[in-house]
Structure formats: C-alpha cells, structure tokens
Design a protein around this ligand. Sequence first.
Ligand code: PLP
Length: 372
Amino acid sequence: MIEDLSDDEARRALPLKWEDPDTVPAWVAEMDFRQAEPITQALVDAVRDGALGYPPHADELGSSFADFAHRHWDWSVPAEASVPTGGVIAGVRLALEVLCPPGPVVVPLPCYPPFRDVVEVTGREVVGVTVDPDSEPAALDLGQVEAAFAAGARTFLLCNPHNPLGRVPSRAELGALADLARAYDVRVITDEIHGPLVLSGATFTPYLTVDERAVLVTSPSKSFNMPAVHGAQLVVLDPDDQKALRSVPIPAQNTWSALGVVAGTAAWRDGDAWLAALLSRLSVQREVLEELVADRLPRARMRRLEATYLAWLDLRAYGVADPAAAALDQGARVAPGHDYQPGLDGHVRINVATSPDRLEHVVNALARAVMG
Ligand SMILES: Cc1ncc(COP(=O)(O)O)c(C=O)c1O
C-alpha cells in the first residue's frame, strides 16, 4: 500500500525537498511515498466538481477528526471544538494572539525552528528550557519549567510527540506539566501534528485529555504527506475560546484552503488503512536506520525513535561541529542540530521516510563526513 516514489517522481511531487540535484535529501519533513489514494480521489473529485470557491463556514473537518480521535486514541472530543486554519504554525500564531496573554513563552529546546519564530513574530520572548542531550529518556526538566513559570511566563509551547527528539511523552509526564500549568495559570499550546505517527512500542496521549484549557493545533498534513493543501485545525474545548477563534477577522486568520478541508476530511475519515501501512513501513525504516548507524557510525548515539519519521542523531563523539554541512559535500542533506537548538553542535536530524537505499546513501555520506 505504501508506494515509493522514484527520484524523478519525488522531484515532481516534493520540489522543495528535492531541489538540490546533487544531494540525496533527508532534511525537510516530507516522505518519499505517494499519498494515500482516498486523498487523491477526494482532491480529484473536488477539482473536477470545480470546488474552488471559498471554504464554507460549516464543514466535516471537526466531525471527521473527532471520529479519528475516538478510533485511534479512545478520546471523545466534540466536533465543534475544531476550528479550521491554514497551517499548524499559523494556528499556533492565532492561539498566541487570541487566547494567550502577552509575555514570555516557554519553549522546550531543541524545537522545530518555527516554534521560536512564531513566538517572536507575535512580539513575545522565547524562554528556552533545554532537554539535556545526555538524558535518557529525553524528558522535560520540570524544575526548569517551573522556574520559568515562577519568573512570569504564562504560555507553554508543547510538541507532542516531539520533533526533533522523536519522543512520545508519557501520560504521567504530561499530567505533571498540566499540574504545573494549573498551579501557575499557564495556557499550554500543544502542536500534535505528529500524533498519528506513533510507532509500535509507544502510546500517544492527546494533551487535552490531561489539561482541558490547552489549545491543540493539529493537521493530517504530516502523517498524510500533504502540506501543499494548507489545512490544519485548532481544537479548544471551551465554547468561549471556540467563539473567540471563530470571530478572528479574515486578515488575522490568514484563512484556510477549501481543498485543505477536503483533503483533511478524507484523511481523518478514510485514511486508516494507509496510515496503518505507513506506520509498519516506518517501523522498518527505523530498524534499517538503527542497523546502519550501528554499523557505519558506531560512536553515534541515537535514542529509539518512538514517533515521527525524523531521527535525532548525536555525533558529538566524532568532534565535528556541523556534521550536516560536512555531509552536504558528501552528497546528502540532513538537518543541522543547531537549527533546532542554537549553539548545539554535533547533532543532525535524519528523515527516514525514504527508500532503504537512499537511507544507506545518507548514512554513508554522514560517516564519510565525520570520519574523513
Ligand atoms: C512540529 C511541527 N509543527 C508544524 C509543522 C508544520 O506545519 P504547517 O506546515 O502546517 O505549519 C511541522 C513540519 O514539519 C512540524 O514538525
């Protein structure tokens, strides 16, 4: 069911990821797989019907997400809790501007780089709390979090599961964060775009199930490989919050795409079989990477990937500050660790959602880059 794209197909389908003809790309979070047939069908039907008008006020995104959440996570979330938006980061910006007080925002580091940008774009200050690169598991330091809250931060930006660490926090950890958030009247914005991408061995907890005041921002765009359709949703349980988000003026909301709603609804409603096949394939890719790293980069450290298709590799033992830059010269593009945590040397993020051959090429290139 998971169809690999050839190089030529991938260049057409994923032009940003594949823009450099001289490197095998394992950087941006897109998968070298053809999208799920129900999504293709829904989009083709919509375009054939000429459904290129403005998106309607009422749509099925909320109910299809609610059904998905119930099937996958045994979570009952009302359909009306979902408010469509154009993208996850656009949704985080809305959440900050509409539902959060001004003032500093706590962001665990390393983080998906636009987390820092979106906080700054809204005129707020990032307070980084650092996940120790040597900690096992890569858990939040709640002492640092509490210190940031005690110093005045009233907003926390969570990534659950975590990109780039590939980790799924336990319900107990999320509950402890929720307790702190309640104690300090902190609003948690939780980006759960990687929620459906939890691999065998880990269990995903929607953060809203431990903290009803949180703002969830999600999209099927990552799990179903379709950022081009520009569709995401905010999910808030309080009717006043829903109303506040729905009444944002168009120039501030940046609107969303009718085709994003079509594709998103199809993904949440009809994508289960494809998603199950994808997760099996990603588990295989995880093993391929583990074997390659053990064999070609024996001094590297890598925690087991629990979710996402983005592996975080610690290459500090090789003493190369920027292994991603060195790998470019060897024909592979991976994401540099310092993009996720300024000043952090010796780390890279590798996208494993590709063919085993390409993954081998990437690991070999990294090995040449750090060992000469
Ligand atoms: C954690 C996280 N949030 C958001 C996004 C991007 O979402 P969007 O393009 O909808 O803003 C990504 C993309 O990789 C991501 O990893």
